[in-house]
Write a protein that binds this ligand. Structure first.
Ligand code: ZN
Ligand code: ZN
Length: 315
């Protein structure tokens, strides 16, 4: 059983629906920091690094703006496109672009102070709280926790079951079970978009890949966005979670997939259902069995699912 989730927990990023970074005009510079804006700004560690670097620069050089290249060097990011993307996400609320570079707005100064004080990172954590679900490895109860913008489910013996980022703004009024549902919904949407070649975070093109890894007992689905740096990683069974034929098979057996936790189906939880049929390019076969009926599913190197055998659902 491998941990499921969108990346290492370091670079999962949420833009929280901000889409207008086209102009500096009309940006408010009042002292009030809107919590949802703040959470969005904090959702990627790179953005926090940018804010901190700007604050440090202002401390050294009074309120001088800092140029793009200099700022990138201070934050120590090699990928200029990714750096630009996250810097733009901080405009216009926290970072203002002037003719000769970037500087913090008043709200930007406030949020750096809040980051240093831990005001936002301490907020909004929930759990741990047990769920009505068990561990596929040891049968212990599953326990969920929400912390630092991530919803993590593991069993009482610490086997990791599921891990997905949920923007704090979306989680702020939700109970832990609601956050778990939201995390699963976001995961399914992200898997669908990734398999369609679209970054779930910034909509740039991505290439999903099924890869065999020495450290993992079964192949994994991976994607990394060169534009925003978001990563997605999970068991190869993730591809089946959003496949219409597999969904139809489960529905026909009265176990609709959307009524189960994402980490529960055997094709996600049980590596023994998975075999590598070809290595170059990789092709994975997964036996999906319910009530003595088996659906033979095959997944290619880019996560495309094909189904044959008697279990094929209607459409
Ligand atoms: Zn366990
Ligand atoms: Zn992206």
């Amino acid at each position: 059983m491998s941990p499921l989730g969108d990346g290492s927990g370091k670079r999962g990023d949420e833009s929280a629906g901000r889409g207008d970074d086209s102009t500096d005009s009309g940006a408010s510079d009042d002292s009030h920091v809107d919590p949802s804006e703040a959470f969005a700004a904090l959702s990627d560690p790179l953005r926090v690094d940018i804010l901190r670097a700007l604050a440090a620069f202002h401390r050294e050089s009074a309120p001088e703006p800092v140029g793009f290249a200099d700022l990138r060097k201070r934050v120590d990011v090699r990928d200029s496109g990714r750096f630009r993307y996250h810097l733009n996400e901080l405009r216009d609320h926290f970072v203002r672009k002037a003719d000769d570079g970037y500087h913090l707005t008043h709200a930007g100064v406030e949020i750096v102070a809040a980051i240093l004080a831990g005001t936002y990172t301490d907020r909004g954590s929930r759990g741990p709280e047990p769920l009505d679900s068990g561990c596929s490895l040891c049968d212990a109860r599953a326990v969920a926790v929400y912390e630092d913008g991530r919803c993590a489910v593991s069993c009482e013996n610490d086997h990791p079951l599921f891990n997905w980022s949920v923007p704090p703004a979306a989680a702020s009024d939700a109970s832990l079970p609601e956050i778990v549902s939201l995390a699963e919904l976001l995961a399914r949407q992200a898997i669908e978009r990734t398999l369609a070649g679209v970054c779930p975070k910034c909509s740039a093109a991505v290439d999903p890949a099924v890869v065999a890894e020495d450290a993992a007992p079964a192949p994994r689905l991976r994607a990394r966005c060169d534009t925003c740096g978001a990563t997605m990683a999970g068991p190869v069974g993730f591809c089946l979670l959003v496949d219409p034929a597999v969904e139809a098979f489960y529905r026909r057996h009265d176990r609709p997939l959307d009524e189960r936790y994402a980490w529960e189906p055997a094709f996600v939880a049980d590596d023994s259902t998975i075999s590598v049929a070809d290595t170059d390019p990789i092709r994975v076969e997964i036996a999906v069995t319910l009530d003595d009926e088996t659906l033979a599913v095959s997944v290619d190197e880019s996560g495309r699912v094909s189904v044959d055998g008697s279990g094929r659902g209607g459409e």
